[in-house]
Design a protein around this ligand. Structure first.
Ligand code: NSS
Length: 428
């Protein structure tokens, strides 16, 4: 509710002054309804020609949507109104009379993306920003409860973490540098002084594909902990995800409903989450008539098919070594697979977390880097972490917009971020 209204209700004051933007207008030549919007909500304001000064009536007559205004009036209870109140206007002052708003009904997606700087005021998107903030708060809360320290890794880097094919290159004073794909390698460096760390940073992927789940710039929440083994990693991530989902279901119930998501469905997302291996995933798919050759990564359609069997996030472990990153530790029971885990969201929203136990032995790590066609020289500083006090450790990365998309039931990940960056879009 508008803060000024909350204050007025609390103190029993009848008259309030509100500031905001005109969301809608309608009316006749004696009566105008102005729906006012601010960061909290909307409220209907009623202007009666007979009861206001000629200046206020003139302002009400010429006002256009998205004008900024200050309105003073009497608060009246109204059971049908979204906030339970309506305002009988006494004074209306236009702060800036808006030009004719370019966004009208039934616009194309591309037009709305061109107008993103204005369209992000829409009720749906505003609601998404609020849920996203609640997700970030809940993430930080869980890390703090588990004594993780938030750190600030660099964005400009000299080495690749997730392979060269999606690296954005920069001209760095005549040398080649990259935009970070993941803070992981830096978080690994920081666990040696802080034990358990996390960061929430932008990550960049030069994804050539235009899909509903890929951005070229996204917010990445990554955690890394010394001494953490694979089992402990799985349990930690399960706890983090359920804490986030439960908190958001509790604190954003109204917002979720507005977006078409029933918070009661999210309340069912409680541990334990089902756990299967990559091999088991292939068997399930095979029974469904989908043959994936061993060693191939799961594609979007295959993940979607797999998730038809589950209504909670699914933990898929032990993927083939050859399709995963160099830093992942081999499974001691099967050297063809690594101790990694992807977590897939239900309802076809796809992968939300990528994680693994890390290889802590320097010789094996060097072999893995070379096997992936990379030069160990480029990772010299990273290899130092295995030279000076190496310990078993694990970590993960969670795509914030992927989680926002899932919880807010969004058709596309583009609506999970105010200014989406995709292969075809870098403005506004
Ligand atoms: O490539 S990941 O699977 N894993 C890593 O980057 C590890 N280095 C993280 C770590 O262990 N510290 O990306 C992690 C997650 C993935 O599960 C998605 O949820 C998200 O990051 N992700 C993306 N979100 C949006 N758009 C794009 N392009 C994208 N790529 C990954």
């Amino acid at each position: 509710m508008f803060l000024a209204i909350q204050d007025a209700v609390n103190t029993g004051k009848g008259t309030v002054s509100l500031r905001g933007w005109v969301y809608r207008t309608r009316g006749s030549n004696v009566l105008k309804f102005i729906v006012l919007r601010d960061g909290t909500n909307i409220i209907q304001c009623v202007v009666e020609k007979e009861k206001v000064t000629p200046e206020t009536w003139a302002a009400a007559e010429k006002i256009l949507i998205e004008s900024s205004v200050e309105i003073e009036g009497d608060l009246r209870e109204d059971k049908r109104a979204p906030t339970g109140y309506e305002l009988g206007v006494k004074n209306l002052k236009i702060v800036q009379l808006a030009e004719r708003f370019p966004i009208t009904k039934d616009q194309s997606t591309e037009f709305l993306l061109d107008m993103r700087h204005l369209w992000l005021r829409s009720r749906e998107l505003t609601t998404v920003w609020k849920v996203k903030a609640a997700i970030l708060t809940a993430v930080r809360e869980y890390f703090a409860q588990h004594k993780y320290i938030e750190v600030t890794p660099p964005i400009i880097t000299g080495s690749s973490c997730e392979g060269g094919s999606t690296l954005f290159k920069l001209d760095y004073f005549g040398e080649e540098a990259y935009l970070s794909q993941s803070a992981q390698l830096y978080l690994e460096a920081l666990i040696f002084s802080l034990d358990k760390v996390y960061a929430i940073t932008p990550s960049f992927r030069a994804e050539p594909s235009k899909t509903a789940r890929h951005l070229t710039e996204y917010w990445h929440c990554e955690g890394e902990a010394a001494w953490m083994n694979f089992e402990q990693l799985l349990t930690f991530m399960e706890g983090l995800l359920s804490h986030v989902v439960q908190t958001v279901a509790d604190t954003c119930a109204e917002e979720l409903k507005l977006l078409g998501r029933n918070p009661a469905d999210l309340k069912k997302i409680q541990p334990p989450f089902p756990r299967i291996t990559y091999d088991e995933a292939l068997q399930i798919l095979k029974k469904d008539g989908i043959e994936v050759p061993w060693g191939k990564d799961l594609r979007t359609e295959e993940e979607e098919q797999l998730m038809k069997h589950y209504d909670k996030p699914l933990i898929v472990t032990r993927y083939p070594k050859k399709i995963k990153a160099f830093y992942m530790k081999d499974d001691p029971e099967n050297p063809d697979v690594v101790l990694c885990c992807d977590i897939l969201a239900p309802e076809g929203y796809g992968e939300i977390i990528g994680s693994s136990q890390r290889e802590e032995n320097i010789d094996i790590l060097k072999r893995k880097i070379t096997a992936q066609g990379e030069n160990t020289e480029h990772y010299n500083w990273y290899l130092d972490l295995r030279r000076f006090g190496s310990v078993p450790h694990s970590g993960f990365g969670l795509g914030i917009e992927r989680v926002v998309r899932w919880l807010c039931k969004l058709e596309t990940i583009r609506d999970a971020i105010p200014f989406p960056r995709t292969i075809k879009r870098k403005t506004p």
